[in-house]
Design a protein around this ligand. Structure first.
Ligand code: NAP
Ligand code: G4F
Length: 355
């Protein structure tokens, strides 16, 4: 049987790297878009580079950028993939307030560059398209959200993603492209970017437990997120692309927890009970047994606008496609803490043997 060919933007990111591994296991040929950087940015896919890029010739990385129409057009023309997963993005909400124009260009117009190239190259019958849409598009509604909920973005990131969401729908309806949105709620893994609250916390907890630091500085402890496992979410992306028709689907767990709870659970994994004292920016989290302060608030992590509560209803994808999350919240937190401890121990041993 002919092997399917996938093209992944954002292949060097959390989801892109996990999706590349997932598709390679399914015998796909995988092409990925990577940005030119002055230092290596392929750390998350280095483990599959030798086997699949050098030996089996199943993984190909191409320089390009979602802000560069020429490279997008050229690559789609050369590769002519069966499936395009648009995962590339400036994906940090707080940073989108600092770089709003760039974020809009990459996250909003980047999607349009891909969709328009697919139509202009007359590949609309061949290519299926997946857009990594986000629960941030809903903004602050404080209720369970599904495909019929309204969108009220409150950050440049969310408005850029909403542009991409709409163009995915518009190109589907206007040109008949198989183009689907996965409206994904927060999803994490051991390879999550280090400036998202989950990874920032688990890495700090691992360092504290090994005596390498004492304090974790954070922003808003009281927002709630629907946190799932990224490995489950890349499976959902693939299932959406295999479904009989293109459509829009919420990918979520239908559970929500506060940032405070995430931090408490991560410390619990290393045997530390965190108690809280004080209010606002003076609030501290301290070790119940030793009284040592391990969590402090730093205003720099507050956002000009905050989404306070996210919880997603994944009934549609469950009933139509048969996807449900496998990893729950506490399994996720424990997995991330354990992996960070393992990696830290490895790098400490490596450092000692290098000396
Ligand atoms: P991530 O780890 O930040 O990865 C983003 C990827 O996009 C990286 O490979 C990055 O390259 C690439 N990229 C950034 N700017 C680019 C540009 N100008 N041109 C080409 N590539 C560019 O994000 P993620 O967590 O894997 O998320 C994947 C996608 O899902 C994103 O679109 C995100 O917005 C969306 N999403 C994520 C979540 C979540 O909770 N993780 C939830 C909803 C939606 P470098 O490696 O060079 O930086
Ligand atoms: O981990 P976060 O930065 O993720 P956020 O803003 O929810 O965005 C992530 O999920 C979206 C889907 O809902 C994606 F579209 C997006 O690409 C990204 O993957 O922050 C989570 C919560 C926020 O309420 C934030 O204010 O944690 C709060 N927080 C508290 N202290 C912090 C910190 N966030 C970060 N990054 N760093 C802190 O020190």
């Amino acid at each position: 049987m002919k092997r399917k060919v996938a093209f992944i933007t954002g292949v060097t990111g959390q989801d892109g790297s996990l999706l590349a591994k997932f598709l390679l296991k399914k015998n796909y040929i995988v092409h990925g878009l990577k940005r030119r950087a002055s230092s290596f940015n392929t750390g998350r896919i280095d483990s599959i580079y030798e086997e699949h890029q050098l030996k089996n010739k199943k993984l190909f990385l191409h320089y390009g950028d979602l802000t560069d129409s020429l490279s997008i057009y050229d690559l789609l023309n050369k590769i002519k993939p069966d499936e395009v997963y648009n995962l590339g993005a400036q994906s940090h909400v707080a940073i989108s307030f600092i770089n709003p124009e760039y974020t809009t260009n990459v996250d909003g117009i980047g999607n349009l560059r891909l969709l328009d190239a697919i139509t202009k190259l007359k590949l609309k019958k061949k290519i299926k398209f997946f857009q990594a849409s986000t629960s941030e598009m809903y903004g602050n509604q404080k209720k369970i959200l599904n495909e019929n909920s309204k969108f009220e973005p409150v950050s440049p990131y969310a408005s850029a993603k909403l542009l991409a969401y709409w163009n995915t729908k518009i190109y589907r309806e206007a040109y008949g492209i198989f183009a689907s949105n996965g409206i994904m709620f927060n999803h994490e893994s051991p390879v999550r970017g280090e400036n998202f609250i989950s990874k920032k916390t688990t890495k700090a907890v691992a360092e504290i437990s090994l005596g390498l630091r004492e304090v974790l500085y954070v922003g808003n402890l009281n927002s709630y997120r629907d946190w799932g496992y990224a490995g489950d979410y890349v499976e959902a992306m693939w299932k959406i692309m295999q479904y009989k028709k293109s459509d829009d689907f919420v990918i979520a767990t239908n559970k929500t927890h506060s940032v405070r709870k995430f931090i408490e659970l991560a410390f619990k994994r290393v045997g530390i009970t965190i108690n809280w004292k004080g209010q606002g920016i003076k609030e501290i989290g301290y070790n119940k047994e030793t009284n040592k302060i391990h969590v402090r608030i730093d205003e720099i992590y507050f956002r000009p606008n905050e989404v306070e509560y996210l919880k997603g209803d994944y009934t549609k994808i469950k009933n139509s496609i048969g996807w449900s999350p496998r990893i729950n919240f506490s399994m996720l937190v424990n997995m991330m803490v354990d992996e960070d401890i393992k990696n830290l121990k490895k790098s400490t041993i490596q450092f000692k043997s290098d000396k």
